[in-house]
Design a protein around this ligand. Structure first.
Ligand code: 13P
Ligand code: SF4
Length: 341
């Protein structure tokens, strides 16, 4: 079996994940017929199975182009809530597909590669988080949507990077707040809202890979460029950004701002939609510390491929399955977020 460079990177970055497991389960090994046009087949199968494709901006370009709903975490969660089709195929990572299942549990929710996890979600194990929460019994728990269903079930309100400031500001000023799992987003929110929050020590390997020094050098080489960043980036990177926002925030900014060149510190997949929305502008991915890796690509997101998307529609696998009690417990903090959004 030949693994892609992304699968090898995940295996070396997170040795606890055995990338062979899914393949041994069989269906991923099912042959993709030669001489078919994968895009045409995916479109045909979506229709035949009454399925819709939800895709995040970090997916590979060809998958983004096939999506019925393309967007950031909040948009996709809202789309999942209102989907009428029988099947939701989620081209994103596990916590996103899991969130779709929690929001709309009667639908069959498929994820092309079950191994498409998230380093940030993995940085918050439920048992450790339950103990952390118990140390601060008076605190309200706000969790970033990039976490497992078990962590959502331990939360009071969920947020995304699009609505986090609004969610925090909706909480009474004298109320202590735990924010998890992303310490970088948490620090950014403390600055933005002036709230003193108790932070869980988690982070995203993609957004922590950006090199402050190289960004400064690149910005000096492009004095007219604006530097824009996702709030999962480290504080010193955010401190020099002209604009900080979620993936949809970054997209809106590059369309509306007068600058012609942008240095972009988030997962490189977003450049596809940026080029579509502002074809006359120039987008430069922010440099990462390690020159030997494609670290500005999320290896988890890139586990989904057109082949796996095709097989997933053919076999209606892998499916996200969740215990009914877990769905119930994880749904109420998501519902609170959707009410406030
Ligand atoms: P958005 O909510 O901005 O889409 O971010 C999702 C994500 O995973 C960032 O790493
Ligand atoms: Fe998770 Fe980071 Fe990938 Fe987003 S970019 S899915 S936070 S690992």
């Amino acid at each position: 079996m030949v693994f892609t460079k992304f699968e090898k990177r995940i295996a070396s970055a997170m040795p606890q994940i055995d990338t062979n497991v899914l393949y041994r389960k069989g269906f991923v090994d099912a042959p993709v017929p030669k001489d078919i046009n994968l895009a045409d087949e995916i479109i045909r199968l979506k229709k035949e199975k009454n399925a819709v494709l939800l895709a995040h901006y970090y997916q590979e370009d060809a998958i983004q182009d096939l999506a019925d709903f393309l967007g950031d975490s909040l948009y996709l969660a809202k789309a999942a809530a209102t989907v009428d089709a029988d099947v939701i195929v989620f081209a994103g990572v596990h916590f996103m597909a899991e969130t779709a299942k929690i929001i709309n549990p009667t639908k069959k929710v498929l994820l092309p590669d079950l191994n498409a996890g998230c380093s940030l979600a993995d940085s918050c194990p439920p048992n450790d988080f339950a103990a952390f929460r118990a140390q601060h019994p008076n605190a309200i728990v706000v969790t970033y949507i990039n976490c497992s269903a078990e962590i959502k079930a331990l939360s009071d309100i969920v947020c995304t990077s699009s609505n986090a400031v609004k969610i925090i500001e909706s909480i009474p000023k004298d109320q202590p707040i735990i924010f998890a799992p992303d310490k970088n987003l948490g620090r950014y929110l403390i600055k933005e809202t002036g709230r003193d929050m108790i932070l869980w020590d988690g982070s995203c390997i993609v957004h922590e890979a950006f090199s402050f020094d190289k960004i400064v050098t690149l910005a000096q080489q492009h004095p007219d460029a604006k530097f824009i960043a996702h709030p999962e980036s480290e504080s010193q990177v955010l401190d020099i950004a002209h604009y900080i926002g979620s993936t949809s925030g970054l997209l809106n900014f590059v369309q509306q701002d007068n600058a012609q060149t942008f240095i972009v510190a988030t997962e490189a997949g977003i450049l596809h939609e940026m080029k579509k929305r502002a074809p006359q502008k120039t987008f430069i991915p922010a440099p990462v510390s390690d020159d030997t890796c494609a670290c500005s690509e999320c290896a988890f997101m890139k586990l989904n491929t057109l082949e796996k998307l095709y097989l997933c529609l053919v076999h209606e696998l892998p499916e996200i399955e969740l215990d009914a009690a877990l769905i119930k417990a994880a749904k109420s903090p998501i519902d609170r977020m959707l009410e406030l959004s």
